[in-house]
Design a protein around this ligand. Sequence first.
Ligand SMILES: NC(=O)c1ccc[n+]([C@@H]2O[C@H](COP(=O)([O-])OP(=O)(O)OC[C@H]3O[C@@H](n4cnc5c(N)ncnc54)[C@H](OP(=O)(O)O)[C@@H]3O)[C@@H](O)[C@H]2O)c1
Length: 415
Amino acid sequence: MGTVQYRPQTPLFIPLSPSGILHSDMKRRISILGSTGSIGTQTLDVIRDHPDVFEVVGLAGYRNLDLLNQQIEEFRPLLASAGEPNPQLNGDSGCRWSPEYLEGLTEVATLDEADTVVVATVGAAGLVPTLAALRAGKNVALANKEVLVMGGDILMAEARRLNRPIIPIDSEHSAILQCLQGESSHTIEKIVITASGGPFREWDVERIRRANIDEALNHPTWSMGKKITVDSATLLNKGLEVIEAHHLFDIDVDRIEVVIHPQSIIHSMVEFNDGAVIAQMGVPDMKVPIQYALTVPDRLPRRDPTLDLAALRQLTFDQPDFEKFPCLRMAFEACRKGGGYPAVLSVANEVSVDAFLNKRIPFGAISELIEAALEHHKDPSHLDFEAILQIDSQTRTFVNQRLTDKSNLQPSHPG
Ligand SMILES: NC(=O)c1ccc[n+]([C@@H]2O[C@H](COP(=O)([O-])OP(=O)(O)OC[C@H]3O[C@@H](n4cnc5c(N)ncnc54)[C@H](OP(=O)(O)O)[C@@H]3O)[C@@H](O)[C@H]2O)c1
């Protein structure tokens, strides 16, 4: 019998020489969109750990110019951009500055010298540059999950057509990718995505409704940017990951299951048709999946502590509570409906989370605003990239109108 290979319908793998990246003379040349954020800075940590393997050629930040300028000073990219002018940029850094915001982001995403683009922006910001990076022939290492939630059908079709990989950085999807190595796609029974359960796992519905910002940002196992941390508290983050997995692994949403696993040690699992379940485990540290996304299917040594199972003593699992966490239910429903619904879900969430973080609405109003936006949405007959951008703008307008009309919302909370 010949060897059976996992043949994804989507091009998930970077073509490597048989000896892999470690033995290549060529450095991998990386551009990072969102270099000043949590994933962006950890990507730079990985690159700093392996200067013989990686080289930074492009950096894009947004508002944090001080950090961006420090990164430019240290990594000496060829091109950099941000959301505003950068008068501090030192003329002799050797770095070209792209002065316009969106054009700059796209310029960094399509830079000739880059072979891999890490998309670590947040929300809808990464949508246009990700498509541009694929079309420019880049390997895309994707953290910005909202991009796939909003435009998954179009982006995956484009990745397939161009034979370019979209490699997940999200720890759950990296885990699934690792579980699928050497497997055959037709033997997958289901994908099991683990969730920590967030800070409100054991709270009752009323207390969750009134949760304040500090409580929502107090994630039990991961240290991340503010939006994803709030998304983890509503469990919408897990819902976005379900939709992301549906696109990346070309699997029906009803064959994706979410399991609460508070220790965040098993990052996800795949069950096969013979009943075997393969799980990927490790310390909850995003540097592991970031590094894997940059080397797949090869690996590089880790310098930090690794997993100590005996110290952990136990791993526990539970079912998610769809009543207590309606955002997770809505994400499954939006994925089943398809079309523009996942984009509405994602954009309505983005605007609502921003309103929560600016103390304009209580925590409980986030799910109410998303529900209202989904109910209001009329899906277009044809969904192309323009239609997605239009849904983005219509959903922002709808949610912002709701936010202006305070009578639709509970009073704002104190902190
Ligand atoms: N953090 C994690 O552990 C983790 C894990 C899995 C997946 N993810 C996903 O990765 C993405 C990034 O998360 P994060 O936690 O790294 O977020 P973050 O810390 O908030 O960083 C976001 C980055 O994007 C930039 N940015 C923000 N708004 C932008 C805009 N409108 N246009 C262009 N750039 C913009 C920020 O720049 P400035 O800071 O300069 O303003 C920053 O560099 C999210 O989609 C998240 O869901 C994160």
